[in-house]
Ligand binder design. Structure first.
Ligand SMILES: CSCCC(=O)C(=O)COP(=O)(O)O
Ligand SMILES: [Zn+2]
Length: 200
C-alpha cells in the first residue's frame, strides 16, 4: 500500500484528469486511497478545493470513521466517512466519488436501482458481459455519512463496485485508482447507453 506522499501525488493527478473530463466540476468530487488496514487509514482529498488544481499536499490522512488524524492543516472531504465505510466493507484500495451526470439522471428514472444487462462494457466494470442482470444500487442523498454508509451497507453486493447517490453523484471503487477509473469510465458509458435506450 502507498505512503501518504505517494498517495497524494496519485490523488492530485487523478483529480486533474477527472476535472478535465468534466466529472469534478466546481469543487465537486473527492478521491481516496487506502494506506493501511489494521487499523484502517486512508488518504482523502481535502474539502472545498478545486480538484483540478490539487498538489500532492492537498490530502488528509483519516481513520476508519473518516476523522482526520491529529496535526493536519486541511479538513478532509465532507464525504470522508463514506470513503472509509466503502474501504472497510468492500476492501477497496481506492474509492472515487464523481459528479458526472449519467448516474444522477439514471437514478432519477430508477430510484430503486439501475439494471444493466448483456453489454460488453460490463467487462470493464468488473463483471461478465453476459451476466444476467447487474443492478447498480441507488440510495437517497444525505449530509450524514453514517446514514449514507448504512444505506450503502444494507444494499451491498460484493460483485458490484459502485453506488449511486440520488441527486448527487456516484462512488466507484477497486484495488487501486487505475482500476477504479476504468470502472468509472465504463459505468458512465453503461448508464448513458441504458438511459438513452429507455428513452427510445
Ligand atoms: C459542489 S460540491 C458539493 C460537495 C460535494 O458533493 C463534493 O463532492 C465535494 O465535497 P468535498 O468536501 O470533498 O470538497
Ligand atoms: Zn459529492
Amino acid at each position: 500500500m502507498p505512503d501518504l506522499v505517494t498517495a497524494g501525488q496519485a490523488l492530485a493527478a487523478e483529480s486533474a484528469r477527472y476535472t478535465a473530463m468534466g466529472w469534478m466540476r466546481g469543487t465537486s468530487g473527492n478521491l481516496s486511497v487506502t494506506l493501511g488496514r489494521d487499523p484502517l487509514r486512508l488518504a482523502v482529498t481535502a474539502s472545498g478545493l478545486d480538484k483540478g488544481e490539487l498538489t500532492a499536499h492537498d490530502v488528509v490522512e483519516i481513520d476508519g470513521t473518516g476523522e482526520a488524524l491529529p496535526g493536519q492543516r486541511l479538513r478532509p472531504s465532507a464525504e470522508a466517512g463514506l470513503h472509509a465505510r466503502i474501504a472497510s466493507v468492500a476492501g477497496a484500495g481506492a474509492v472515487v466519488h464523481l459528479h458526472m451526470l449519467a448516474p444522477v439522471v439514471a437514478a432519477e428514472r430508477w430510484p430503486g436501482g439501475i439494471e444493466l444487462r448483456d453489454l460488453e462494457m460490463l467487462k470493464g466494470f468488473g463483471r461478465r458481459a453476459h451476466d444476467d442482470l447487474v443492478t447498480v444500487p441507488v440510495v437517497p442523498n444525505s449530509q450524514d455519512m453514517t446514514v449514507l454508509g448504512d444505506a450503502f451497507e444494507a444494499g451491498y453486493d460484493p460483485a458490484t463496485p459502485a453506488l449511486v447517490v440520488a441527486r448527487h453523484g456516484v462512488y466507484v471503487w477497486g484495488d487501486d485508482l487505475l482500476v477504479a477509473r476504468h470502472r468509472a469510465e465504463c459505468l458512465e458509458w453503461l448508464l448513458r447507453f441504458t438511459t438513452a435506450i429507455a428513452e427510445g
